[in-house]
Ligand binder design. Structure first.
Ligand SMILES: [Zn+2]
Length: 237
């Protein structure tokens, strides 16, 4: 019995250590996100890397919890293909204010579209958001924030087509980073859309009102390089 207890204690202690080490990456990781993108240092990627988006209109269900908002697709089929390898869409969420900055400039919000391959590799498309015209793709989602309480989920009545946020070829800043929330997992391949999209003032206010401020501060770049590459839209739009 004593030995069993000791084993249990050891197992618990080691999983605590593991969890602590994982949490620690937020503090000690050398590839943390977000970062500031200094555009004067960015070079167009010279070697061939092909990223193709296969996005289509699908229904999403979203959930609001303390400081977090997540929209998950109700069916599969949205996927990014990088050099032939599929990265299915997991979820998208917003941050207020933006997490990444461009030449030191923050934006009112940032969209993160999270993808994961079958073998667990992470790729996130970041889209900076500035105030401007209303975004039709997120219209129902953002207006329904008024009718939802924290901790609740809601399925949307209209599908969202992420293709509408991109053109046939979209320039993106590319670097290797991490998740911006614990456990701050590294590595994550980040693709930050060069041109921001717009939400109306009302749409930004609706999000801010319910979710509040949920952006992580800028992390050291260390030895990392930022390059410019593109996402190509599949022709079957
Ligand atoms: Zn995020």
């Amino acid at each position: 019995m004593k030995i069993l207890l000791l084993c249990l204690l050891l197992v618990t202690a080691s999983s605590f250590t593991e969890a602590a080490e994982k949490m620690n990456i937020c503090e000690t990781g050398k590839m943390q996100s977000p970062i500031n993108i200094d555009t004067s240092t960015v070079k167009r990627l010279s070697h061939a890397e092909k990223i193709i988006s296969f996005y289509k209109p699908v229904f999403f269900k979203f959930t609001i919890e303390d400081g977090s908002f997540k929209a998950k697709p109700l069916i599969d089929g949205n996927v990014l293909i990088r050099n032939g390898k599929p990265y299915p869409l997991q979820e998208f969420h917003f941050h207020h204010k933006s997490e990444h900055t461009i030449n030191g400039q923050p934006f009112p919000m940032e969209l993160h579209i999270v993808h994961k391959s079958k073998d667990g590799k992470q790729m996130v498309v970041g889209v900076l958001i500035e105030e401007g015209t209303e975004n039709k793709e997120f219209k129902e989602l953002l207006s329904s924030l008024k009718t939802i309480q924290k901790g609740q989920s809601k399925s949307l009545q209209a599908p969202i087509n992420l293709n509408e946020l991109f053109s046939s070829e979209t320039d993106v800043y590319r670097y290797v980073g991490s998740f911006t929330t614990p456990p701050c997992t590294e590595p994550v391949l980040w693709l930050i859309k060069k041109e921001p999209i717009t939400l109306s003032w009302e749409q930004i206010q609706a999000f801010q009102h319910l979710v509040g401020t949920n952006n992580r501060s800028i992390q050291p770049l260390n030895e990392r390089e930022i390059s410019l590459t593109k996402i190509q839209q599949s022709s079957s739009k």
